[in-house]
Design a protein around this ligand. Structure first.
Ligand code: FPP
Length: 240
């Protein structure tokens, strides 16, 4: 049971996997599975608010997802646009900040515009958010690392930073996640047990939780079960 004394993670990150298998099991298209998956996001956002979790990062489109069929990508972009247009308005009115990590410049123009405009609005309206929801969009850690290295090299060349003084904080400052704490807990649904290029540096000391439940079925109770298991873990960070 989660009690007031339970260790609650500040930042939970989720690899929302299994939409395709869920759709297949229901005799539906993969896009239908993604729609069911996007509808589940709000349940988990609500659970985060109930548990006083401060950051929720969701892996919504990876740098590898470009390999998917054109129709599936189109459906994902459409869902994202709908999510930003409909759901995020509701999140803003509940004082929830929404932002993204990743390079969205290759997304369709209308999706980019909706993302940029909505995020501007949440930033203006949610000055003291109860929760920050971070969508990982065209995100991949190898890409994030490549950009960080390029920017560090450029700044060293311009003498903005001194190579001798580069430390872990410098590296953090060059990642998309610079303003966020590292994830305390990373959840992956659907029975796969890997990180798939998700927050590989930030996950150095994250607790990992894998469940067989497919993302569209991953309920508030399933989420709370993951948090309860986390609350009983002993985090030593290499110490005793
Ligand atoms: C993995 O399922 C899921 C994705 C590639 C994308 C996740 C997207 C959503 C949950 C919907 C859009 C999100 C928002 C926030 C609007 P999969 O297709 O790899 O499933 P499978 O492994 O069973 O085929």
């Amino acid at each position: 049971m989660i009690t007031e004394k339970s260790q609650i993670p500040v930042h939970v990150a989720i690899i929302m996997d299994g939409n395709g298998r869920w759709a297949k099991a229901h005799n539906k298209s993969r896009s239908y599975g993604h729609r069911a998956g996007s509808e589940n996001v709000i349940n988990i956002v609500e659970a985060c608010c109930q548990l006083n979790i401060k950051y929720l990062t969701l892996y919504a489109f990876s740098t590898e997802n470009w390999k998917r069929p054109k129709e599936e990508k189109k459906a994902l972009f459409q869902l994202l646009k709908e999510f930003y247009k409909k759901e995020i308005k509701r999140l803003i009115s509940n004082n929830i900040l929404v932002k993204h990590i990743g390079d969205i410049s290759a997304f369709p123009k209308d999706t980019i515009n909706t993302i940029v405009e909505t995020e501007k609005e949440t930033l203006e309206k949610c000055k003291n958010p109860i929760l920050t929801v971070v969508l990982a969009l065209n995100y991949g850690f190898r890409d994030e690392l490549k950009n960080a290295i390029k920017n560090i090299c450029n700044d060293a060349k311009n003498n903005t930073i001194d190579i001798e003084n580069i430390d872990e904080n410098t590296i953090k400052d060059y990642l998309y996640t610079k303003e966020m704490p590292d994830p305390d807990l990373i959840i992956r649904t659907s029975g796969e047990a890997r990180l798939s290029n998700f927050l590989m540096y930030q996950a150095s000391y994250s607790e990992l939780y894998f469940t067989d439940v497919l993302w569209p079925d991953f309920s508030k109770d399933n989420f709370k079960q993951a948090i309860e298991e986390y609350s009983n873990r002993n985090r030593r960070y290499g110490g005793l």
